[in-house]
Design a protein around this ligand. Structure first.
Ligand SMILES: Nc1nc2c(c(=O)[nH]1)N[C@H]1C(S)=C(S)[C@@H](COP(=O)(O)O)O[C@H]1N2
Ligand SMILES: [Mo]
Length: 196
């Protein structure tokens, strides 16, 4: 059995250059998998503007939306049609005050992982905080209880075990971005590595 296959030509427009389709849903984690209960889970908004801490219940009280999206890891596997449920980033942003000077966000996670995203890439309709994967509670290895999903960028931006956002007036670099990955990471443009 092959674990990866070349996409057929009818899927070519959905599979970015240099990517193969994964069988199953690979797990890609740097370091240990945090085990966080929904009772213990907390989400902290910090940086520019007022800081705020939200609970699991605060997120459950926001509109819940199902979505299906493709997932592209920079290590060259893609998975199409991943079905998630969660809270749209645009719905979440209505709950907090974001200063007009904010240009960038840093996602923070249990375990210390970080990733940076421009506000323009972050505040998009198709981005989600996801707590459900294929109709089941999001498994810990895939970032449960809550992860970010940013389908239009490489999946290292889809922060697992997310526990906060820091609003910034400048671009700062997250974990992989400091270690040589591209600051943006758009898969169709193959923004894999930093050119610096
Ligand atoms: N907190 C955290 N989030 C993370 C990672 C990580 O190591 N830690 N890995 C990233 C990478 S490189 C990828 S490809 C995806 C993998 O998600 P998956 O394990 O659900 O397939 O999560 C991203 N989010
Ligand atoms: Mo990745």
């Amino acid at each position: 059995m092959k674990f990866f296959e070349k996409p057929s030509t009818d899927l070519a427009d959905r599979v970015p250059p240099g990517q193969h389709l994964a069988k199953g849903f690979p797990v890609l984690t740097y370091g240990d998998t945090p085990q966080i209960s929904t009772e213990a889970w907390q989400f902290t908004v910090s940086g520019l503007g007022s800081s705020k801490t939200l609970s699991w219940q605060d997120f459950m009280d926001m509109p819940q939306t199902e979505f299906t999206a493709d997932f592209h890891c920079v290590t060259r596997w893609s998975k199409l049609d991943v079905k998630w449920c969660g809270i749209k980033v645009v719905d979440f942003l209505k709950e907090i005050d974001v200063e007009p000077t904010v240009t960038d966000v840093m996602a923070h996670c249990y375990g210390g992982y970080t990733t940076n995203i421009s506000m323009e890439d972050f505040a998009r309709e198709e981005n989600f905080f996801a707590h459900t994967l294929f109709d089941e509670p999001l498994p810990a290895e895939h970032g449960g209880p809550m992860r970010l999903v940013v389908p239009h960028l490489y999946a290292w931006k889809s922060a697992k075990w997310i526990n906060g956002l820091e609003f910034l007036a400048d671009r700062e670099l997250g974990f992989w971005e400091k270690n040589g990955y591209h600051h943006r990471g758009e898969p169709f443009a193959e923004e894999r590595y930093s050119s610096l």
